[in-house]
Ligand binder design. Structure first.
Ligand code: FES
Length: 68
């Protein structure tokens, strides 16, 4: 499912970032390139909390499944 139609970002892209440990709003926005005010409509940046939720959910899943 696309979460950003302007840049073609899918929910799975956000999940991958979460698994890589990127869960804070600023890092997510910068990594996805949605903090670029000149080339973004801003709709998905307004939903940054939803993206944080998706990334954090994947991070928790991944971190609990890794065995030491
Ligand atoms: S929907 Fe993401 S920049 Fe427009």
């Amino acid at each position: 499912m696309y979460i950003c139609v302007c840049k073609g970002i899918k929910e799975s892209d956000v999940e991958n970032l979460g698994r890589a440990g990127i869960t804070c709003p600023k890092k997510l926005a910068a990594t996805l390139g949605i903090d670029d005010k000149d080339n973004c409509c801003g709709r998905c940046l307004n939903k940054i909390n939803d993206l944080v939720t998706i990334a954090s959910r994947e991070y928790k899943k991944h971190s609990t499944s890794v065995q030491v």
